[in-house]
Design a protein around this ligand. Structure first.
Ligand SMILES: [Zn+2]
Length: 391
């Protein structure tokens, strides 16, 4: 008697070379077989997947799930796990002073697998919200490198890198403050041997200068924002420094959010061959009711832009897993690997898709998560947040 059979779905995991109708067998928290006609034998639970796409549990590289502490925090299970995301990387909601609470009261009690990029600001994003609020790095004394290193080492099982937000809104318009914030973040990241995620857009120094300061494995998030100093220059061409940074192994992450995804920039970048390294939602309190909603809605926007599902999938599974050193753990369907599996339905219809700059386009296809399996446990997905009672 085995535990769980996911039967008859289109098993698709380009990074593992899987693209066929097959069953997936699970015992405990592990995948024990992938192949056709595994139904013989006894199964405690069978999940019918015919007509659905069976993919590795989705990994969202940019979320904010420290509910109740930063104003932008949302609850991980309804917005991540039950919308198809088995692993959520929290992008800097916590800092060295607030991480222990994040660990105990959110990460350890959530069904979503959560890892954290630690903010260089010790308060993380726990500042007040609104235009009058003092932002997290207005005073660089919050950027305490030694404390960040100490906490990241003490929680090395959950902290997968560092995070800094370099917008003027977060640290003022001084170029030197901006450079110093990035320097300190890099210093902490180098000490712990993990990557830095840098939030760009509305920044006091140029994108070229930021890229110069980054190393292989570091990540630029909000790569398709529609403000100045984006990946495209004023003529609409991809900046040569961006191409060079990609060649050096710097990741370009989507991080849709409430203000950081432009259809126009994304379309032009894709036309010029600039594919993002990872596709993430930047789902938080101010983007979860639109325009980002969640990771699958962000994936739908890339389908709409003409990117095939087989190219989208690695960017929401194996690539983000690799970016945070989890490639051996999550982001792939493989025998012996952890049973994190997402069942998606590709729907046809007439869907309104809004970017973060208010532009609305009509799409003909959309992805919706149906069921998700996390460590062998099956969860039903929730309806799209736009159709939620409170949505
Ligand atoms: Zn964010």
């Amino acid at each position: 008697m085995h535990d769980l059979l996911v039967r008859g779905g289109h098993v698709l995991d380009p990074a593992s070379g899987l693209d066929a109708t097959a069953d997936v067998a699970v015992d405990g928290d592990r995948i024990v077989a992938i192949g056709p006609d595994l139904a013989a034998g006894g199964w405690r639970q069978v999940v019918e997947a015919s007509g659905l796409v069976v993919v590795p549990g989705l990994v969202d590289l940019h979320t904010h799930v420290y509910w109740g502490v930063p104003p932008l925090g949302i609850e991980p299970d309804p917005h991540c796990l039950r919308r198809g995301v088995t692993t959520a990387i929290d992008a800097g909601s916590s800092g060295s002073s607030t991480f222990p609470g994040f660990r105990r009261y959110v990460i350890e009690v959530s069904a979503t697998r959560i890892r954290a990029l630690l903010h260089i600001a010790s308060i993380g994003m726990a500042q007040d919200s609104g235009p009058e609020a003092a932002p997290e790095l207005e005073d660089l004394r919050w950027a305490n490198v030694d404390r960040a290193i100490e906490v990241a080492r003490a929680h090395a099982d959950l902290i997968v890198g560092m995070k800094v937000r370099l917008s003027e809104a977060m640290l003022g318009d001084s170029a030197e403050t901006c450079r110093e914030a990035l320097r300190r973040t890099r210093q902490a990241a180098d000490a712990i041997g993990k990557p830095t995620m840098v939030h760009v857009g509305g920044t006091a120094i140029s994108l070229a200068e930021i890229l110069e300061m980054l190393n292989t494995g570091d990540i630029v998030t909000h790569c398709f924002h529609g403000r100045s100093e984006g990946v495209l220059d004023d003529s609409g061409a991809v900046r040569p420094q961006v191409r060079r940074a990609m060649e050096r192994g710097i990741g370009f992450d989507v991080g849709h959010g409430a203000g950081s995804f432009s259809f126009d920039v994304a379309r032009r970048a894709l036309e010029r061959g600039l594919m993002p390294t990872t596709i993430s939602s930047d789902v938080h309190a101010f983007s979860v009711a639109g325009p980002a909603y969640d990771l699958v809605t962000t994936m739908t926007k890339f389908l709409h832009l003409g990117v095939p599902l087989a190219k989208i999938l690695p960017r929401v599974t194996s690539a983000p897993a690799r970016a945070v050193g989890m490639a051996g753990t999550v982001g792939a369907l493989r025998v012996g690997g952890v049973a994190d599996i997402t069942l998606l339905r590709l729907e046809r219809g007439d869907f309104l898709l809004r970017d973060a700059h208010g532009h609305i386009e009509r799409g003909e296809r959309r992805l919706e998560p149906v069921r998700v399996i996390r460590g062998g446990h099956v969860y039903e997905c929730l309806p799209h947040p736009a159709h939620h009672p409170q949505g």
